[in-house]
Design a protein around this ligand. Structure first.
Ligand code: UDP
Length: 254
């Protein structure tokens, strides 16, 4: 049966549908994984359920410490209600340790602690492969102004401090992550809020003791089961989806 609601946008890992009220959208998490600008693709059963739950957990936590996000509430295993925002076409990346593209670009050993958290930007454009851009580019091309950028850096660093602590508490080192920022209007007043998702798809997460990778690099670098890695993250944080918990441990009712 074809769904009656209107599809607004379909991306690589998520679909956005029209929400029940104006100014809201429904965000659906797919099981699809892509890497290297979608040249590598696979489907991992249950990934969408895990990312829906994990993103809810991080966004709710951020809200509780005063960082505004698009998250409203979870609707079901794969869907959450979110605020409609105007997405700024940037990937905002925060790095605590060298890995991935910065390691390659600067010839750094993966895992090297950076002297301070480093914020960088990529222009969201699949055809161009999301090129890295400077603040100069961002202001010159009008994607954001200097005030927006100050707010974006402040938001990104608050998210970094929050996530670093939450992960460290369960024995995980937050190497780097990507967030997206959206604009919302309250009358004439514009605010920037955290949008999109926060999940192991968009973070690098290493076990503190063993260095084992618990993020999308497992798929990018063929290191094992992506679902197992994400399940481990969810298990440590105590947020395994209820059916997975039920499957893991059936209980007798007497
Ligand atoms: N990242 C992402 N989406 C992208 C590019 C990067 O979520 O399109 C995340 C990635 O998972 C990592 C961080 O941003 O946690 C930094 O990625 P990097 O620039 O090192 O790029 P990569 O090595 O993934 O190409």
């Amino acid at each position: 049966m074809a769904p009656r609601r209107k599809k607004i946008y379909e991306g690589k890992a998520k679909i956005l549908y029209e929400g029940p009220e104006p100014g809201t959208l429904i965000q659906y998490f797919k099981d699809d994984a892509t890497a290297f600008n979608a040249q590598k693709k696979a489907v991992f059963e249950g990934k969408g359920v895990l990312n829906n739950r994990l993103s809810e957990y991080f966004m709710t936590g951020l809200g509780n410490v005063g960082v505004p996000t698009h998250f409203i509430r979870t609707l079901n295993m794969r869907e959450q209600l979110i605020r409609q925002v105007e997405i700024i076409p940037l990937e905002v990346i925060v790095r605590n340790f060298a890995a991935g593209s910065i390691a390659k670009r600067l010839g750094l050993e993966e895992g090297l602690a950076l002297p301070r958290p480093v914020v960088e930007y990529s222009y969201k454009n699949d055809a161009l492969g999301d090129p890295m851009v400077s603040e100069e580019y961002i202001v010159a091309f009008g994607w954001a102004n200097q005030q927006d950028l100050d707010d974006i850096v402040a938001l990104a660093l608050r998210v970094n401090d929050f996530l670093s602590g939450v992960f460290y508490a369960v024995g995980i080192k937050l190497i780097d992550f990507k967030i997206e920022i959206g604009r919302v209007w309250d009358g004439d007043f514009m605010r920037l809020i955290v949008a999109d998702e926060i999940s192991p798809d968009s973070c690098r997460l290493w076990d503190v003791k063993t260095g084992q990778k618990l993020d999308k690099d497992v798929f990018r670098r063929d290191l094992g089961s992506l679902t197992d890695a994400y399940t481990e993250v969810a298990r440590r944080l105590g947020v395994l989806p209820t059916n997975a918990t039920a499957m893991a441990k059936p209980t007798l009712i007497n």
